[in-house]
Design a protein around this ligand. Sequence first.
Ligand code: DQA
Length: 151
Amino acid sequence: MRILIVHGPNLNMLGKREESVYGRQTLDQIDALVGKEAQALGVEVVTFQSNHEGALVDFVQDQAGSAHGIIINPGALTHYGYSLRDALVDSKLPVVEVHLSSIYRREEWRARSVIAPIARGQISGLGWRGYMSALQVLVAQLKEEPPRQGP
Ligand code: DQA
């Protein structure tokens, strides 16, 4: 089983960026923890970060055919990234949205996600552990579900 782990704009700055909001872990550290968890669960993860919406769309388009699910922290694209949302819909894969901070306890504009309505679920405000939980739940659910029809 292959899960895409997608990180949007500015998440490459984790560790240097608003530590009190996003925590001290760098993106490399989070990806390493997710990789370890994936190994324990017996699944493969492919991680990708970009500051550009089009690059994220390209990645989802390129990888969707050989993947089984997507875990995504879209960064600020959460709030207005319609082309990313469309790419996620077109992937036909189950999507779990993750946020390190709680998008509901910050500025009003962050409380709206254009991704949430097309996601299977959302984890927000639990820091880096949110990625772990997302991976555990998604993998458990996919193992229970009948295999999806390929393109
Ligand atoms: C974020 C929340 C977004 O509002 C913000 O723009 C980010 C990170 C989070 O993980 O808490 O870049 O997605």
